[in-house]
Ligand binder design. Structure first.
Ligand code: C2E
Ligand code: MG
Ligand code: MG
Length: 815
């Protein structure tokens, strides 16, 4: 039994004194005696008594009940009321202050003592229980647990919220029928919750179930976990009590972890987790797939270094370990399980632990061998010609640019050789494109064999190749290479059981003399190549500035020709061909004229070859033919007979068979009598011994055309081809006539040609007869026909027909 410290609150002094004495006699210590509620509160806070003996009716604004209530709430000090009254109203008020006893005055010492002892003892028990509950509640809060209780008998649920839940603020209680609670659960999880609860209710034991709430709100899903156990207490119906916990964060973490595991297992990238010493802790399936090592093998390595062909430098690892660097990325090579190396794109990152020290490394990689191979292939394709594998134009430009820079630095020369195959088109046309392609690959290999490995050989397209020779010390070095190229090219090529002979024309431009820029050099090499072609092909030609001028003129002419055709700037003149014996005009040669707007009259011997090159010869030939037909038709309609007219035909005309059928058709349509039209062809056409040409000539002849071989004697010395063709006229080139008066050799040649023609049954026409002596000599040698300024220059159609009519009446040339 313990006698404590008592605070007496009593406004009647006598009674207060009496109480004090009584208590002291009983062994209590009276720490203070006060008379008002206000003082009682102050003193209680100051003295912290074990008990307050409180009179209910006190003087002042505050009575004993109010003061007691405040003291108990603030200090939990037990209160025993002391009052002269014990009627119900007073008792009821007193009750609200949660007193530990109520004494009605006067009080006997025994009664007082017993009441005080009971009150203090109960207060101690209460304080212990409060402390326990306080600790329990804090522990529940620490674990973020809420308490719930399901009274299965009355189907009622209580939730005591210690932490605050979505549905319930902190420190509050829900008390509602169980169905209200179940309604808040997500439909997907409800069956599991109900099943767990029902089973526990029926069979006892405990359960754990997690579920989502119906409306997770803006933050996404809310997850709760409920634990419950059935308690069967004596005389009570079954209750299930348990805790409820918000596990949203845990769930999210678990979900993230699950996703991470899925990524780890299913990603195409190889992954290895390493510890701080870079020993393998785990690898994913892609690691094994790409490197060939099993997890057991990788875990057995002393460090991940075993994987590398050349491990990372110690410096890099140190930087990652001491946090100076968080991530390294780059290309490395791994050693595959089977012993070969694989190209890898790798990311190596350091993972710090809670204290900031690196605890792990994560290695993520992908095998990029095939990507690199594809890239190399693409690079190659972008810079090479797919047929021959030689460099393409783009690569050539790059290399030439590089060589030019080198040459400037070291004061050396660079040579650009542009090579065009001669008559490659014939191969394509006669043997087909596959054979043409085959030939190009053979040529490519030959060209490459003639130069050093450091020189560039490129195919620019079609049958055009280019070689860049760097580090050239003297032009003679280029001569030798060019000659080697020509020799190599002219070696026979075996194509589909046929032996072909090709040759090339090579144009050469030198840097720095012929230009310092890539485009300029290529342009000039092209000029030179053109020069080589002009000079008879199968040769090389160095660039000369005069070629540039010629090229400009060619360009001007080819563009001007289009307009000339469109705007009617072409005319057809007629040069009389006369009987040398009497000067009578027998027929005419149609000669084309073009008056250029700026440059004036341009000779056909200049523009015809250009028209042949730029593809304009077709329309021009057609115009000439139509114009000749038109004039002939005019003359035919007014005269009883028309003079024979010869027109010059380009060799290219014979490339397309449709040209022949069309001309024959046109001549027929125009009603041309037989032998009115003569086609003048050149030796060049006959030299190839092309059966198609022979057929075409025969076709024309059978359609009433005649054929003249123009400029005879200038082209080729072989005469054997003459007998293979059916011709009508042979025109002695004017170069043999020019010196006929004075040059005995020309005289001999002319006599020989005339004799030869006689034997072959061909009529001879002499071109460019300018003097009477020439005419006489020709006549004596047996040549009947001639044309030249001695008789008449080429003239307009009307002037010609007038002359024709006049001389055919009676006309003798003078001279
Ligand atoms: P070609 O067929 O040999 O024509 C004869 C050339 O000699 C003509 O030159 C003519 O004007 C010229 N000539 C005539 N008499 C004399 C003379 O006494 N002395 C000199 N020195 N020359 C004379 P033109 O008209 O300049 O034609 C040149 C060449 O152009 C022609 O040579 C022919 O190969 C070609 N040509 C002319 N017109 C055509 C055409 O319509 N089509 C084609 N494909 N070529 C044509
Ligand atoms: Mg002619
Ligand atoms: Mg001629």
């Amino acid at each position: 039994m313990k006698a404590g410290r008592i605070l007496i609150v009593e406004d009647e002094r006598i009674i207060a004194m009496d109480l004090q004495l009584q208590l002291q006699a009983l062994g209590y210590t009276v720490c203070a005696v006060v008379a008002t509620g206000k003082l009682a509160i102050d003193k209680a806070k100051e003295e912290r008594p074990d008990l307050v003996l409180m009179d209910i009716h006190l003087e002042g604004a505050m009575d004993g009940v109010d003061a007691a209530t405040e003291i108990y709430l603030a200090l939990k000090t037990p209160i025993v009321f002391l009052s002269a009254y014990a009627e119900d109203a007073t008792l009821q008020r007193a009750e609200s202050a949660l007193p530990y006893g109520y004494l009605v005055k006067p009080v006997s010492p025994r009664e007082l003592h017993a009441t005080l002892q009971m009150a203090m003892s109960r207060s101690h028990i209460q304080q212990d229980a409060d402390a326990l509950l306080g600790r329990f509640s804090k522990a529940m809060q620490a674990a973020r647990l809420e308490i719930w209780e399901w009274r299965a008998d009355i189907d009622h649920l209580n939730i005591y919220s210690l932490n605050g839940l979505d549905m319930l603020p902190r420190n509050q209680v829900i008390s509602e029928p169980i169905r209200n609670f179940l309604e808040k659960i997500d439909r997907r999880d409800l069956p599991a919750v109900m099943q767990a609860m029902e089973q526990t209710r029926q069979e006892g034991g405990s359960f754990t179930v997690s579920f989502r709430l119906q409306d997770g709100g803006a933050d996404g899903e809310r997850w709760l976990e409920a634990h419950g156990k059935r308690f069967d207490e004596l005389h009570q119906n079954c209750r299930i009590i348990g805790v409820l916990q918000d596990i949203t964060t845990r769930r999210q973490t678990e979900e993230r972890l699950r996703q991470a595991v899925t990524v780890f297992d299913s990603t195409a990238e190889g992954i290895a987790i390493l510890d701080a010493e870079r020993k393998v802790v785990s690898i994913n399936p892609a690691f094994t797939e790409q490197t060939g090592y099993s997890e057991a093998e990788a875990l057995g390595w002393a460090s991940i270094d075993s994987l590398y062909l050349k491990p990372h430098s110690a410096g890099l690892i140190e930087q990652l370990q001491n946090g100076e660097r968080k991530l390294w990325q780059g290309n490395v090579s791994y050693l595959h399980h089977r012993g070969h190396s694989i190209s890898i794109w790798e990311s190596l990152s350091a993972v710090p632990g809670h204290n900031g020290k690196i605890t792990h490394f994560v290695l993520v990689f992908s095998d990029i061998s095939s990507v690199l191979a594809a890239q190399e292939q693409l690079d190659f394709l972008a810079k090479h010609d797919p047929l021959t594998n030689l460099s393409n134009r783009r690569m050539l430009f790059d290399r030439l640019e590089y060589e030019l820079a080198q040459a400037t630095r070291h004061r050396k020369m660079v040579a650009v050789l542009l090579i065009d195959l001669d008559h490659f088109k014939h191969v394509n046309d006669s043997l087909g494109h596959a054979a043409g392609d085959h030939l190009l690959t053979i040529i490519a290999a030959r060209l490459q064999a003639c130069v050093r490995a450091s020189d560039t050989v490129a195919r620019l397209g079609g049958d055009e190749f280019c070689i860049v020779l760097g580090d050239v010390r003297a032009p003679s070095q280029i001569d030798q290479t060019a000659q080697k190229l020509l020799d190599k090219l002219s070696e026979p090529v075996q194509l589909e059981q046929m032996t072909c002979y090709v040759s090339g024309s090579i144009g050469i431009a030198l840097a720095p003399t012929d230009g310092a820029a890539v485009s300029e050099l290529l342009r000039n090499a092209d000029q030179a190549m053109y020069g080589a072609k002009q000079a008879g092909r199968n040769r090389c030609c160095f660039y000369a500035p005069a070629m540039q001028k010629a090229a400009e003129i060619r360009l001007q002419i080819s563009s001007g020709l289009h307009q000339a055709l469109e705007h009617g700037a072409l005319r057809l003149l007629f040069q009389p061909i006369v009987d040398l014996a009497d000067g009578k005009v027998v027929k005419a040669e149609a000669l084309l004229r073009w008056r250029h707007e700026q440059t004036g009259e341009i000779s056909p011997s200049v523009f015809i070859p250009i028209a042949e090159e730029c593809g304009m010869i077709g329309p021009i030939s057609e115009w000439v033919f139509d114009e000749a037909l038109r004039q002939l038709s005019r003359w035919l309609s007014s005269l009883d007979r028309a003079p024979q007219v010869s027109i010059n035909v380009s060799a290219l005309h014979f490339r397309d068979e449709q040209n022949h059928t069309r001309w024959i058709h046109k001549a027929r349509e125009a009603g041309m009598p037989t032998n009115t039209l003569v086609l003048e062809i050149t030796e060049r056409l006959l030299l190839d011994a092309d059966p198609k040409v022979r057929q075409a000539l025969d076709l024309y002849r059978s359609a009433g055309f005649m054929i003249a071989l123009d400029d005879f004697g200038t082209g080729y010395s072989a005469l054997s081809y003459l007998k293979q063709y059916n011709l009508d006229y042979l025109k002695i080139d004017q170069s043999f006539i020019r010196q006929l008066d004075v040059d005995a050799r020309d005289q001999a040649l002319c006599e020989a040609i005339i004799a030869l023609a006689g034997k072959l049954d061909l009529q001879v026409i002499a071109e460019g007869v300018e003097t009477k002596r020439q005419a006489n000599f020709l006549l004596e040698a047996g040549c009947r026909l001639g044309q030249g300024f001695l008789y008449a220059p080429p003239m307009e159609a009307d002037a010609f027909i007038e002359l024709f009519c006049k001389t055919n009446a009676a006309y003798h040339p003078s001279g």
